[in-house]
Design a protein around this ligand. Sequence first.
Ligand SMILES: NC(=O)C1=CN([C@@H]2O[C@H](COP(=O)(O)OP(=O)(O)OC[C@H]3O[C@@H](n4cnc5c(N)ncnc54)[C@H](OP(=O)(O)O)[C@@H]3O)[C@@H](O)[C@H]2O)[C@@H](O)CC1
Ligand SMILES: Nc1ncnc2c1ncn2[C@@H]1O[C@H](COP(=O)(O)OP(=O)(O)O)[C@@H](O)[C@H]1O
Length: 307
Amino acid sequence: MTERWGELDAAATLRPPGPGDDKYRRGVLGVRTGAAHYPGAAVLGVSAAWRTGVGMLRYVPPVDDAAPPFGLPTPAAAVLAARPETVLGPPTGRPCDAWLIGSGTDAATRSAAELRDLRALLAGDAPIVIDAGALDLVAAGDGRTAPVVLTPHAGEFERLWRSARLGALPDDWDAHGTDAGPRARAAARLAEALDATVLLKGSVTVCVSAEGWSRRIGPATPWLATAGTGDVLAGILGALVAGRAAELRDDPGLLGRLGATAALLHDLAARCASADAGADGSGRPIAAADVAAAIPPAFAELASQRR
Ligand SMILES: NC(=O)C1=CN([C@@H]2O[C@H](COP(=O)(O)OP(=O)(O)OC[C@H]3O[C@@H](n4cnc5c(N)ncnc54)[C@H](OP(=O)(O)O)[C@@H]3O)[C@@H](O)[C@H]2O)[C@@H](O)CC1
Ligand SMILES: Nc1ncnc2c1ncn2[C@@H]1O[C@H](COP(=O)(O)OP(=O)(O)O)[C@@H](O)[C@H]1O
C-alpha cells in the first residue's frame, strides 16, 4: 500500500518568507523551457513558478531555436509579455539555486548548443526539475552530478522505461490506471535504475525516490486533464525546489517530499479554480492558466495548516 501524501505533510515542506529574506535568499530558479512551436509552455511554467513564491526567476531562451511560425512571438517575448518581473538571459554572477528544463521542448529539434548547455547543468550541483522534451537526457550511469526529479506522464514514463532497458513493462502496468500500487512499483524501478526522483503524473500521481521512498497524491480533480497543466506543475515544483535548494545537500530525500507537495498544491489550485472541492468532476471547466492563477489561494490554504 503506497502511503498517501496529505495536506499536513505538504504544509510542512512549504517555506513561507521571513523578515531576513531577500529575493535571492528566497530562491533563484533558472528556467529553460519553451521553443518556437511551444511558447505557451514557457509562459505557463514561469507563471506558475512566480505564483508559487520564487524570489527571482531567470528565463534562458532556447539557443539556436527555429524561427517562430505564424508570426508568433519567441518564447522569451511571450514570457516577458506575461510576466514582466522575469529576468532574461543566462545567469551572470550569482548562479541559480535550481533549474527547470524541458516543458514545451522537443529533443528532436534541439540544437547542439542547447544540448551542450543542458548537459552542463546535469554536470553541475544545482537540483533540476526535468520535464517533457528533456527527459531523454537522463540515462542510467550517465555521469550526471545534479540531483534530478523527473516529471513524466504515462506516455513519457513508458519511453523512459524502454530507454532504461528495463525489459517489458510490469503485467499490472496500466497507463491510464488509478491504482497507486502498480504505478508506484513501476516508478520505483525506474527511479532506482536512473538514480532519480520520479514524479509519475496522472489522476493518481506517485512520487518515488531512488531509495524507494514513495507517496501517492490524488485522485486529482479530473478537470486537470487538459493541455498545459503539466507545464504548470513543473513550474510549481521548480519554485519549491529553488526555495529549499540549500537544504537538499544535507537532505536529498527532500526532493521527493517537494515533488509530492507540488502535485498536491497543483491539485488544490485546480480544485479552487474549478470549484470542484471533492475532485469528483463537479464544478466548472478550467484551462492551465486558470490553475496557475489559483496557486496563491491554494498555497495560503495549505500554509495555514503548518504546525
Ligand atoms: N501550450 C503549450 O505550449 C503546450 C505545450 N506542450 C508541450 O508539448 C510537448 C509534447 O507533449 P505531449 O505530452 O503532448 O506529447 P508526447 O510527449 O508526445 O506524449 C503524448 C503521447 O503519450 C501517450 N500518453 C500515454 N499516457 C498519457 C498521458 N497520461 N498523458 C499524455 N499522453 C499520454 C499518448 O500516446 P497514446 O496513448 O495516444 O498512444 C500521447 O500520444 C511537450 O514539450 C509539452 O510540454 C503541452 O504541455 C501542451 C501545452
Ligand atoms: N484524469 C485525470 N485526473 C486528474 N488529473 C489528471 C488526469 N489526467 C492527467 N492529470 C494531470 O494533469 C497534468 C497533465 O500533465 P501532462 O500530461 O504533462 O500535460 P501537458 O504536457 O499538456 O502539460 C498532470 O499533472 C496530471 O497529473
